[in-house]
Design a protein around this ligand. Structure first.
Ligand code: ADP
Ligand code: MG
Length: 362
């Protein structure tokens, strides 16, 4: 089911102050895809999710789920949560500790007063799906974090919702389990062909899990796109910076010819992939991601996009070295192979492919 959000704003009033939690949000969430709202803490993700679910009422705008208007300030429509056909998985209190697995999953069906037989069948089928069959009688407290999340997922799925919503469901798991559960979740959701709306502040989670990512900041949707598009082709400084480690360098366009745009900045003249609608004199921001900076020892002589500098710092993190290089008083983040023999204070040079020199204007 598709979800349309039109001109939705939401204010909170607290301590005599007005907080604009959602600032005129417009969004189309396509059917049967994993759609992620990504943004820093406090940017309005939970508020937007709660408005979709019906736990919160916007101040303005309209929300439509599967062709039905479930909220409209103008038309005075409010469809209560239980009639919106949604399932939800929260960050905390994911499952009820005083119940066993079976009763946790059965709860939404019992609340709908379904017959015992129907409930048993549906619960068994759902537990099989999340690979938790055989755990029916286990007290919820005797499960690992990952198992608890699978039970929470089963409870959200058991009533066969058309849309499932997740609010940072993996944030209480440790790093390794989070990665495994993320993969599992992607498999489950893809198999189910369900519309999933997922909220996270974790960029890697968003990139790994989603079909589409909407980046939020200060109550607004900044940009929407596939993970690759957001990562490689963003036109927003905020998005380029939030979605991955990057060097942001103020630059001025010097020429726009053929398939390249050339800019002048603190590290020198940089040849970038062509960006439409730019002309000499335009002020832009050059984004250089550390993973595309190709580092070599020593000085290099003239060549396209080669920059000489000195290694300022280097930290071994196992899969790579991370550090900084100083070029003409500018410091850039760098990343290089874990078996590199480059050392701090070495003279070094790097090249960067024009295709990986992104210019953003907003
Ligand atoms: P996120 O989920 O992205 O961290 P939230 O949607 O929880 O952000 O919050 C958005 C903004 O609204 C924040 O500034 C937050 O402090 C504020 N806020 C959220 N809920 C309330 C509330 N019940 N009362 C007052 N302010 C709130
Ligand atoms: Mg939140």
């Amino acid at each position: 089911m598709e979800i349309y959000i039109k001109n939705v704003s939401k204010y909170y009033y607290s301590g005599g102050k007005t907080i604009k939690a959602l600032d005129n949000v417009n969004l189309t969430i396509p059917a049967n895809q994993i759609f992620t709202l990504l943004g820093p803490s406090g940017c309005g993700k939970t508020t937007l999710l709660r408005c979709i679910v019906g736990l919160e009422s916007p101040d303005t705008g309209e929300i439509e789920i599967g062709g039905e208007v479930v909220w409209s300030s103008e038309k005075n429509i409010f469809v209560p949560t239980e009639n919106r056909g949604l399932g939800m998985v929260f960050q905390t209190y994911a499952i009820w500790p005083h119940m066993n697995v079976f009763n946790n999953v059965a709860y939404p069906l019992q609340a709908r007063k379904m017959s015992k037989n129907v409930i048993r069948n549906k619960v068994e089928k759902t537990l099989r799906f999340v690979q938790m069959e055989g755990f029916e009688d286990r007290p919820a407290t005797k499960l690992s974090g990952g198992q608890q999340q699978r039970v929470a997922l089963a409870r959200a799925l058991v009533a066969e919702p058309k849309v499932i919503l997740f609010d940072e469901p993996l944030s209480n798991l440790d790093a390794k389990l989070r990665e495994e559960t993320r993969k599992e979740l992607r498999t489950f959701l893809t198999e189910l062909q369900i519309t999933a709306v997922y909220v996270t502040h974790d960029r890697i989670e968003a990139l790994a899990l989603s079909d589409i990512v909407a980046v939020m900041n200060k109550g607004r949707i900044i940009e929407t796109g596939t993970p690759r598009n957001i990562y490689f082709n963003s036109d927003h400084r905020f998005v380029a910076d939030f979605i991955g480690r990057t060097n942001l360098i103020e630059a001025t366009v010097t020429s726009q010819e053929g398939s390249v745009t050339t800019v002048d900045c603190a590290i020198g003249s940089v040849i970038c992939r062509k960006q439409a609608d730019m002309k000499p004199g335009d002020k832009v921001t050059l984004c250089l991601r550390p993973e595309f900076i190709r580092l070599k020892r020593g000085n290099a002589t003239q060549a396209q996009n080669v920059f000489n500098g000195q290694i300022q710092s280097l930290v071994f993190i196992g899969e790579a070295f991370e550090g900084e290089i100083t070029i003409n008083d500018s410091q850039l983040f760098i990343k290089t192979e874990p078996d590199s023999d480059i050392k701090v204070r070495d003279t070094a040079n790097f090249t960067v492919d024009p295709d990986h020199c992104l210019l953003v204007t907003r």
